[in-house]
Design a protein around this ligand. Structure first.
Ligand code: S3P
Length: 189
């Protein structure tokens, strides 16, 4: 019943949120639960550019990265219904934000600063954190970006119980959201 309702809604699901929020691990679990394809947008950008995200930042800078990110998002949002995990800064490009708003159900995977600091310290390869004070940078990004993340259709807390539990919470939230949307569109008819 729930899967049917979500299938009727037929929109790509976009996960947003800061580095370390768990977008990739939760996105994979969510896609499995919903029997949808999963794409990590940073991986697609790396493939398109033929080098790592770190190299793109180093060789061409953040502005060029955001342009490639926008193009890759436009392509992915034009494909079949799927689950996309975006890079944490994608929503800072107003054109990418609009693409997400117009073509998907967006989810802000919210996590507090301590969780973000702990999780990002476990993985290398994030240019914005390279050789920097993770906590200071993440606090600044959290302050700057939270009002934009909050524009997402749905906000779900990235819980300590792990990606399975968070994916389940998202599935429930999506069900409520799609019920409301389908209800209001039936009303308009
Ligand atoms: C970025 C987040 C990264 C990656 C790039 C920039 C950001 O993705 O896109 O390093 O601006 O927050 P994750 O959020 O998957 O780490």
């Amino acid at each position: 019943m729930s899967t049917n309702l979500l299938q009727q809604y037929e929109k790509t699901i976009v996960l947003t949120g800061l580095m370390g929020a768990g977008k990739t691990s939760v996105g994979r679990k969510l896609a499995k639960l919903m029997e949808l394809n999963f794409v990590d947008v940073d991986e697609e950008i790396s493939k398109a550019a033929g080098c790592s995200i770190e190299d793109i930042f180093e060789k061409y800078g953040e502005v060029a990265f955001r342009d490639v990110e926008e193009r890759v998002m436009a392509r992915l949002l034009n494909e079949k219904t799927q689950v996309l995990a975006t890079g944490g800064g994608a929503i800072m490009n107003p054109r990418t934000l609009k693409l997400i708003k117009d073509n998907s159900v967006s989810i802000w995977l919210r996590a507090d600063l301590d969780i973000l600091v702990r999780r990002t310290s476990m993985k290398e390869g994030r240019p914005l954190l390279k050789n920097k004070d993770n906590k200071k940078i993440l606090k600044k990004l959290l302050d700057e970006r939270s009002p934009i993340y909050a524009k997402a259709d749905i906000t779900v807390d990235s819980c300590e119980e792990g990606p399975d539990a968070t994916a389940k919470s998202i599935e429930n939230a999506l069900l409520m959201f799609s019920m409301k949307q389908l209800g209001s569109s039936n009303h308009e008819k």
